[in-house]
Design a protein around this ligand. Structure first.
Ligand code: MSK
Length: 630
């Protein structure tokens, strides 16, 4: 009998409660307490009906005051807020992608950053019509990076990676004026449209939201993913572990948090060196443990098997263990609360990017030229901090699960080759996966993404929805904090096949995969776009015809709205468990949940009840199957 057992959300919560007791002893604040202080939330904000884009207001829409001072109605106000939200997310992901372009540009044979996947570099250069013959690999890297950077501001033309989509999708984008131009231009056009006295027509605002989202998904994020692969290697299946129990009491614990792998990769590289391990021993520790939180954790887990301490709402927990010598962050999803919290313990809160500067942190500026030197400084600081631990505050919940991660699109295609008996003539096709879907062995696939959020019981929706999909032979691919929720629960352990329906269980056994495939970080949702595009092309279908849907049941950030826009913009219905501050406008609700179908053949469903959300996803998958006659 297998000893496999999923970890429950109740167990996560019990561990957190124990950590909060430590927090109470030292007077630490927590997100749980701040949620209480912030409740009830502002109704106007929740419904998206407060406008503060000029100083005539702020204007709030009520029955008595149905228009703002400029005369804008509720639909225009909600639409503009939605577009600004999207633009914030698109800018953030895309700027992450730009940083990676710069890192690639700085790569050299004797520098801090090298090219680890030259085949991918050459493949992308050819895709972009860049001459590769006889070129030094670093000359080519610079050329590709420069071309990538031009995607942000080029005056003419649309995003290069759009050509990866099936022609039918490209046609839809062209016909409906959704094809994004330069990435920065789409963000800037969004802010322009949402400025006082510009667009107030919901259709126009939603269309621009989709375009700005697409410039993220098929532009900034896709470059972030692809160029990270070139620099740090394209992920392949690798074993790791997840949850707070990955921190080791006897070791120096360094937690990396944020998004950009340029920092975390270098920290891992340095911490692994014999000199640093020896130094840690000299300082009284047994060794060094690097673990991660949020997407930077996903990046190093996928490529190095670095364990995942937790996801977004566990970032305070790693400090509350009293065993974290340093939490090292770059950009995005970092609680400013980590500053004051770390002061209650011995933990060093180290910020590294001019983009995310926070009070009560040690700022050690990180860049491509000095990466090795700065990473060494950070690791040494953490090691030297080991002696400052307060033993009476140390408690690491002994809770962790095994996980197999590293399922890039390339890896998925490769592992599923073994599933069917048929000879796969052409390496790199998704035909075996298609055969599983067509035959009904798998009913379809769900892309589970996004954050966790105190608005819903954290992690519960991710885990319960995944279990439901697996039991019904729907394979799950996951990224971001959703992937970490799955890993913490044990759904990325290959033994989790035992909770799947017979068809999926068989596929997991034949391909030797877990039923939830870890596809990476938030920018790696671009991998999901490539997978969906390849499936559609190999099947001769439009993306919208595939029995595949997207789901973000606990999302919270602007980036997630941008993602939602590019996922529906690419033809995949998307199911949300949290409303995007749009419920105040009936017109906006209608467009987002139905109207967008006329432009991109997909729309959102918003449903807070997890059971109903899961049922709706399965019903949509079955509808798509029925339409295909499979
Ligand atoms: S980290 S955007 S909390 S998924 Fe990418 Fe997690 Fe959401 Fe940040």
């Amino acid at each position: 009998m297998s000893e496999f057992r999923l970890t429950t959300v109740e167990e996560f919560e019990a561990a957190t409660a124990r950590l909060l007791e430590t927090g109470a002893k030292v007077g630490a604040d927590s997100w749980q307490a701040r949620v209480k202080n912030q409740t009830p939330h502002c109704k106007f904000g929740e419904e998206g009906i407060c406008c503060r884009i000029c100083t005539m207001g702020p204007c709030r829409i009520t029955k008595k005051a149905p228009r703002g001072i400029c005369g804008c109605d509720v639909h225009g106000i909600v639409g503009r807020n939605y577009l600004k939200f999207t633009a914030g997310g698109s800018a953030t992901h895309s700027d992450h992608g730009r940083e990676i372009c710069h890192t690639l540009y700085e790569s050299s044979a004797d520098g801090c950053y090298k090219v680890k996947d030259p085949e991918k570099l050459v493949r992308i250069a050819k895709e972009w019509d860049i001459e590769t013959e006889g070129k030094d690999i670093y000359d080519l890297a610079h050329e590709v990076a420069l071309e990538g950077l031009m995607e942000y501001g080029k005056p003419f033309g649309t995003q290069r990676f759009l050509k990866r989509a099936p022609e039918s999708q490209q046609k839809l984008w062209e016909e409906n004026e959704l094809a994004p131009h330069a990435i920065d231009r789409e963000v800037s056009r969004s802010l322009h449209m949402a400025h006082m006295g510009c667009s107030s027509k919901p259709e126009a605002l939603v269309k621009q939201s989709i375009r700005a989202g697409l410039s993220d998904g098929w532009g900034g994020s896709m470059m972030g993913t692809e160029f990270s692969d070139i620099l740090f290697g394209t992920p392949k299946p690798i074993e790791t572990e997840a949850n707070l129990g990955v921190m080791v009491e006897e070791n120096v614990n360094i937690v990396v948090h944020g998004h950009d792998p340029s920092l975390s990769e270098m920290i891992c590289e340095v911490a692994d060196s014999p000199e640093m391990v020896a130094y840690a021993k000299e300082m009284g520790a047994k060794g060094i443990t690097i673990s991660g939180v949020c997407c930077t954790s996903n990046e190093v887990a996928m490529r190095r098997g670095i364990p995942m301490a937790g996801n977004f709402l566990q970032q305070e927990n790693v400090v509350l263990t009293g065993a974290c010598e340093a939490i090292v962050v770059d950009v995005q999803c970092i609680f400013p609360a980590l500053g004051p919290l770390s002061k209650c313990f011995h933990t060093k809160f180290i910020t590294t990017s001019p983009i995310a500067q926070m009070p009560d942190s040690d700022f050690i500026r990180f860049d491509a030229h000095t990466a090795l030197e700065k990473a060494t400084q950070i690791v040494k600081l953490a090691i030297e901090n080991f002696k400052n631990r307060k033993p009476e505050l140390v408690y690491i919940p002994q809770m962790k699960q095994k996980a197999t991660v590293g399922y890039s699109t390339e890896a998925i295609v490769k592992v599923l080759d073994g599933v069917t008996n048929s000879q796969v003539d052409e390496l790199g096709t998704t035909k075996p996966l298609l055969q599983c879907i067509t035959s009904g062995v798998l009913r379809g696939a769900v892309a589970m993404v996004g954050c966790n959020n105190p608005r819903v019981r954290p992690d519960l929706a991710h885990i319960e929805l995944m279990k439901k999909m697996l039991a019904n032979d729907i394979i799950v691919i996951a990224s971001g904090c959703s992937a970490q929720a799955a890993a913490k629960a044990g759904l990325m352990d290959k033994a989790a096949k035992d909770i799947c329906g017979d068809g999926l269980k068989r596929v997991c056994e034949l391909a030797d995969i877990p039923p939830v495939l870890h596809m990476g970080s938030c920018v790696d949702i671009s991998r999901m776009l490539v997978l969906a595009a390849t499936l559609a092309k190999d099947a001769g279908l439009r993306i919208s015809q595939l029995p595949v849907v997207g789901c973000a049941p606990e999302w919270m950030s602007e980036k997630a709205v941008s993602i939602g826009n590019y996922v529906i913009g690419s033809g995949l219905d998307t199911f949300l468990g949290v409303d995007p501050y749009a419920s105040g406008s009936s017109e906006m609700v209608e467009i987002l949940t139905n109207g967008t179908r006329q432009w991109c053949e997909a729309a959102f469903t918003v449903e807070k009840d997890i059971e109903k959300l899961g049922d709706a996803m399965m019903a949509r998958i079955e509808e798509k199957r029925a339409a295909l006659g499979i």
